[in-house]
Design a protein around this ligand. Structure first.
Ligand SMILES: *Cc1c(COP(=O)(O)O)cnc(C)c1O
Length: 333
């Protein structure tokens, strides 16, 4: 899978348990339906002059995307996305009765500003969804492409930044584009960078009117007191959590370099995984790695596999195994 393989640090875990213990004392009451403390924490974490009014949270960014499509999509409306991309985008579209329009990327999975504008002009979607960096390819999305999409679209433009923290330091995120763009929505998650997938915490940053629209479709009290308490506690340790992210990004770069040495063609990646081409038989390689206790991802793409960066030790085990197995299986010609 592509979640964070690092367990959360022990001092953070202790703080979370203390917060949960406090929350259980009031568990007979409904939670704060506006999750104010969590929105304060998330706004502080994101920076970029965002205030709690700009933040909305839900049980994972999948729920964020579902609430957005419930509010802005639905029967008779459409959403434009660019496969190969996060599979839940089209699944949530279908679950909310929103018509999925698959755009076509340029070479190497890039989406240029002119490509995105061309697709928006041709299909006139109600929603545009872009994934930055893209899952499953790791491809970066330029700020110029997001700006161009926003200018061309008449409806909301969602940028799914689930892996934003793994991008190279100092690269601008779509958050920098929020001022003056009330239809732009940046979706984030604590599942990946914060190693918090089991807690189910996703969130968005956007103009406060976006949260007001979601308030019409969300179920009351959708975020439990435990979820809120755990997330607030984890956010207080953001620096410690992000130190892990740097280590994962280093392992990702190591995977890219080593796979290229072995003879594969890895794509550049700004996320915590690497898609690579040149695999003679992806299914056989997947099974052989599995037999050694290593799970990577067979996406059903010819000659391609995807691997997530883990700890340094896990990465070494994977790289040694694939080097050996490549001697046995060869490379795709
Ligand atoms: C993992 C992932 C999500 C969903 O994460 P949640 O656990 O629901 O927050 C959303 N988008 C992308 C691109 C992802 O990879």
């Amino acid at each position: 899978m592509n979640e964070n393989t690092h367990p959360i640090p022990e001092d953070v875990a202790t703080h979370i348990v203390q917060s949960l213990a406090q929350a259980v004392l009031n568990i007979n009451r409904y939670p704060d339906r506006e999750f104010t403390e969590l929105r304060v924490g998330l706004a502080g974490y994101l920076g970029h002059d965002l205030s709690p009014d700009h933040i909305w949270a839900a049980n994972g960014s999948n729920e964020i995307l579902q609430q957005l499509m419930q509010a802005f999509g639905g029967p008779g409306r459409s959403i434009l996305g660019f496969p190969p991309t996060y599979s839940m985008h089209s699944i949530i579209a279908s679950g909310t009765g929103t018509k999925w329009i698959p755009g076509v990327r340029d070479d190497d999975f890039v989406i240029s500003p002119s490509t995105v504008v061309d697709w928006i002009e041709r299909t006139d979607p109600d929603i545009v969804i872009l994934c930055s960096p893209n899952n499953p390819t790791g491809t970066a999305l330029s700020i110029e492409t997001i700006e161009a999409a926003y200018s061309a679209a008449r409806g909301i433009v969602i940028v799914d930044e689930a892996y934003a923290e793994f991008a190279p330091m100092g690269e601008p995120t779509a958050l920098t584009l929020l001022p003056g763009r009330p239809r732009l929505v940046v979706s984030r998650t604590m599942s990946k960078a914060f190693a918090f997938a089991g807690a189910r915490v996703g969130y968005l940053a956007a103009d406060p009117a976006i949260s007001d629209a979601i308030r019409l479709v969300r179920l009351p009290y959708h975020l439990s007191s435990f979820t809120q308490a755990a997330a607030v506690a984890a956010l207080a340790h953001a620096d410690e959590m992000l130190a892990m992210v740097e280590d994962i990004a280093r392992q990702r770069d190591r995977i890219i370099d080593r796979l290229a040495e072995i003879g594969y063609r890895p794509w550049p990646s700004w996320s915590n995984f690497v898609l690579f081409d040149g695999v003679a038989d992806p299914h056989a390689m997947f099974e052989a790695l599995l037999a050694r206790g290593i799970i990577i991802r067979d996406l059903g793409m010819p000659h391609r596999l995807r691997v997530s960066a883990g700890t340094e030790a896990e990465t070494t085990i994977f790289l040694d195994a694939i080097a050996e197995l490549t001697l046995e299986f060869g490379l795709a010609s």
